[in-house]
Design a protein around this ligand. Structure first.
Ligand code: FE2
Length: 490
């Protein structure tokens, strides 16, 4: 008999779903433009079995990958587990064998030393391959048509680090996938590695360096010539793991850093410039770009920790006001003598999960979209929500015109990360659509909403009913059928 814990992470909308599915021709309200031809991939954490230690955080669930194949105004849906080494071992045992998030000390002895990754954070397409990604482990190669798992890849034996980010970037000029790993020499190590991978899946070069302290390095930015990393004080220690505390704790006594690394073979740690600022929270990156000798990186930034499940290291209570993230631009000049980065707020919307038209990756850009918390809108959920706030709005910033748009999804709903679909390969920036999963929290159902990308305030042009409940997901990406040949057969 299996009994999941009756806790926040496993009840209500978070009740385990665990459904692999294949459904043709989903019900659509409205009209999906006939030009849309491709697939939207996204992933949600989903525990295969009740957690070993009684309760768990959502971030420790196994990856469940969804694919929406959109063609000729119709949508087909497919969903499969990311069959990681962990998933296979536990599937064979019929129960959980691995313990707490990023704490191998809590694993059963029989699985000590096995790769603990869950591939639950991003579903990324590069060079015709689908990667299920989790930042504590290598990239999991999957088939983008069938969603069957091939297994972990070390890019032809060349990746020597133990981990690969869940937030790689594809350079539109070279086609290379730029990525990195942290804790590259093992859990808690300060070692980081930068990687560039060709469209053929060949690792072209790597750069090894160390961060000033061990930190959650969740995302980064690339410009034409540089990779840009923000170091924030979400840290950990051997003592935390031995004490069974959550892996990460937030240490406001530590500074933040911005590292700027030349993107070229032969770069060494000594070539990296480190800038610094006060303690703050950063995780996701919208985009980065160069302007002469200046380098900009745009990202949601909060004054203090925004993740209550990774508490303050001194057990100070979580402060939701200080944890609000606002899109912010950090700037440094490679000719400056001082070590400080400059910081400028770009929007007053409380926003995260930033996305943009990724054909502008590493370049100046105009439009961005985010998941927004709009506290001015009513929340009518039974039992309320954490902090009384819900990610209830899709937001858009037009940085060129200094304008914003919002679309609120109602008092009993929340949204997942938006994703931009260009109208065509050569369409102007922002010309296309946004796809986004919407959680209907009272009816425990999910929809895929499609918007005209620069007119989101008008509401969705199509709403697709998903016949299984999707849980809160993390990240996803679009692949057009022109770029991903195997989709023709799907
Ligand atoms: Fe992320």
């Amino acid at each position: 008999m299996t009994t999941f814990p009756q806790t926040r992470a496993f009840t209500g909308f978070n009740t385990p779903s665990r459904v692999e599915a294949e459904v043709q021709d989903l019900h659509v309200d409205g009209v999906i433009p006939a030009e849309i031809d491709g697939a939207f991939y996204r992933v949600q954490p989903e525990h295969q079995f009740p957690p070993l230690l009684g309760d768990d955080i959502s971030f420790n669930g196994d990856g469940m990958i969804s694919m929406f194949r959109i063609k000729g105004g119709k949508v087909d849906f497919r969903q499969r587990w990311a069959k990681t080494d962990k998933w296979k071992l536990e599937n064979e045992a019929g129960r959980a064998l691995f313990g707490a998030y990023r704490n191998p000390l809590t694993d059963e002895p029989g699985v000590q030393g096995k790769i603990r990754g869950t591939a639950n954070t991003n579903a990324y397409i590069h060079g015709g391959r689908l990667y299920g990604l989790k930042e504590d482990s290598p990239a999991l190669a999957m088939d983008p048509a069938t969603l069957e798992t091939d297994g972990y890849t070390d890019f032809g034996g060349k990746m020597k680090g133990e981990t690969f980010t869940a937030h790689p970037k594809t350079d539109p000029q070279t086609g290379n996938m730029c990525g990195f790993g942290y804790a590259s020499k093992g859990v808690l190590t300060r070692d980081m590695t930068y990687y560039e991978i060709s469209p053929d899946g060949e690792l072209l070069y790597d750069v090894w360096f160390e961060t000033p302290y061990y930190c959650m390095m969740h995302d980064f930015g690339i410009t034409k010539d540089y990779a840009v990393f923000s170091v924030m004080p979400m840290t950990s220690s051997r003592e935390r793991l031995e004490a069974g505390k959550p892996h990460f704790g937030f240490d406001t006594s530590l500074p933040s850093y911005l590292a700027v690394m030349p993107r070229k073979p032969g770069t060494s740690a000594a070539d990296i410039r480190w800038f610094r600022g006060g303690s703050c929270f950063t995780a996701h990156v919208m985009n980065a770009y160069q302007e002469g000798t200046q380098i900009h990186i745009d990202m949601p930034v909060a004054e203090n920790n925004m993740m209550p499940f990774f508490p303050d290291i001194n057990d100070k209570p979580f402060d939701p006001m200080a944890g609000r993230t606002f899109l912010t631009r950090w700037t440094v000049d490679m000719n400056q003598n001082g070590e400080e980065y400059r910081s400028e707020r770009l929007s007053d919307m409380i926003g995260d999960f930033p996305r943009f038209d990724e054909r502008r990756m590493g370049e100046t850009y105009r439009y961005g979209w985010m998941v927004v918390i709009d506290p001015s809108q009513p929340v009518e959920l039974k039992g309320g929500s954490a902090g009384g706030w819900v990610m209830n709005t899709l937001g858009m910033v037009d940085l060129g015109m200094g304008e914003e748009q919002k679309y609120w999804v109602g008092p009993t709903s929340s949204v997942q990360e938006p994703c931009f679909i260009p109208r065509s390969k050569d369409a102007p920036e922002g010309d296309g659509w946004i796809v986004m999963v919407c959680n209907r929290l009272e009816t425990h159902s999910s929809e895929l909403l499609i918007f005209e990308a620069t007119r989101i305030a008008e509401g969705p042009i199509a709403s697709v009913s998903i016949p299984v409940r999707l849980r809160f997901g993390l990240h996803g990406n679009w692949a057009s059928a022109k770029d991903l040949a195997v989709l023709e057969a799907v």
